[in-house]
Design a protein around this ligand. Structure first.
Ligand code: AQP
Length: 332
């Protein structure tokens, strides 16, 4: 089976529905056909300030949400990034062959550092994509399923891998980005022009996987729409309704056309009610399973340890190969 790598940051108590649709849903089906590594990328999360106690807790919670959403920790390797030391170690080596100008062109850094201000922006945030390159290359990854926003980082990974191979001899597999289609991008319910995000300033437009069903339903009923009244998919002129239709169609596994047909001539209230049922119907059982998993943290930690050992056995071999190629003297 082809190797696959992907991850998410434990940067909030709950994942949001964009993470579920944009990542978890695809991961779930991809794990059938791939040798998949799914990481909880805590080293990436600390590139912006995190509360230590919360980070620890959110890391477990994120793991529980992966499992409850259908990632099988026996079939796939589901682990915490910092449990495998090779990530930080290989990132250092890759730092030394990445151009400063090259890294400076990353648009995510420009966006995120603008939000942090010059005092809050760290070297870690700047080096984020190079750590991501290490994540991917350690597992001889062929497929990297990511959103459009990550395309540039996977391109950088390809450049770094090819450069290393040219300079030091064949060492890394050069991966392919497998970009999820634009329709899978979910927008904030209160501001349908901006991406839904865990770190949004206001939570009013964010659907959390772990919210109580009544809270989720209320947020959906209050979603921003328009005065036109027609249930039609038109991203440009009706971004709010288009977003609701995207969420509905991916969560229910139905085409947008069939939803437009069903809700033709009915109001937005009906559409929202239908959507709320579908979302709470999916997240209700996930939430219950997460609560169960978190109730036994020792078992969860044991599972993560077993998976980390499996990841390390692959990653350590790649790291050793890379260290050797650049001429680092092996310890006796
Ligand atoms: N709104 C979205 N629509 C579709 N996919 C999304 N993803 C995130 N938001 C949406 C996908 O979820 C995964 C999570 O990646 P991440 O945790 O590394 O961080 P992110 O992409 O920056 O996600 P957030 O929720 O916005 O987190 P914060 O606020 O912490 O930065 C990725 O596969 C992403 O494509």
């Amino acid at each position: 089976k082809p190797r696959l790598y992907s991850g998410m940051q434990p940067s909030a108590e709950s994942l949001q529905i964009g993470n579920y649709i944009g990542a978890l849903l695809n991961w779930k089906s991809l794990q059938e056909t791939h040798d998949a590594f799914f990481s909880i990328v805590d080293l990436h999360a600390i590139t912006v300030a995190q509360d230590p106690a919360k980070l620890r807790e959110n890391t477990r919670r994120t793991a529980a949400q992966y499992i409850a959403s259908g990632i099988d920790p026996d079939a796939s390797t589901l682990y915490v990034q910092s449990h495998v030391a090779a990530h930080a170690q290989l990132a250092w080596v890759l730092n030394t062959i990445t151009g400063f100008g090259e890294a400076s062109r990353m648009t995510q850094f420009k966006d995120k550092s603008a939000k942090q201000g010059s005092d809050g922006t760290t070297v870690g945030l700047f080096a984020y994509p190079i750590l991501m390159a290490a994540d991917i290359l350690l597992y001889d990854t062929v497929v990297v399923p990511v959103g459009e926003d990550q395309r540039q980082h996977v391109e950088l990974t390809r450049d770094i891998a090819a450069r290393f191979n040219t300079r030091f001899g064949d060492t890394f597999v050069v991966p392919e980005a497998s970009i999820q289609k634009e329709t899978a991008k979910i927008y904030d319910l209160q501001n349908p022009l901006s991406k839904m995000s865990k770190s949004a300033e206001s939570h009013a437009g964010v659907i959390w996987v772990l919210d109580e069903p009544s809270v989720t339903a209320k947020k959906i009923m209050r979603a921003v729409t328009d005065a036109d009244g027609g249930v039609v998919f038109d991203r440009e002129n009706k971004p709010g309704v288009a977003n609701l239709l995207t969420i509905y169609s991916t969560m229910a596994g139905r085409t947008v056309q069939s939803l437009e047909d069903e809700y033709a001539g009915r109001g937005y209230g009906d559409l929202k009610k239908g959507l709320a049922e579908v979302v709470t119907g999916t997240f209700g059982p996930i939430r219950a399973r997460v609560i169960e998993l978190l109730d036994d943290p020792a078992e969860l930690d044991r599972l993560l340890a077993v998976n980390a050992a499996r990841a390390a056995s692959v990653a350590d071999a790649t790291l050793a190969r890379a260290y050797d190629r650049v001429g680092l003297l092996p310890p006796r």
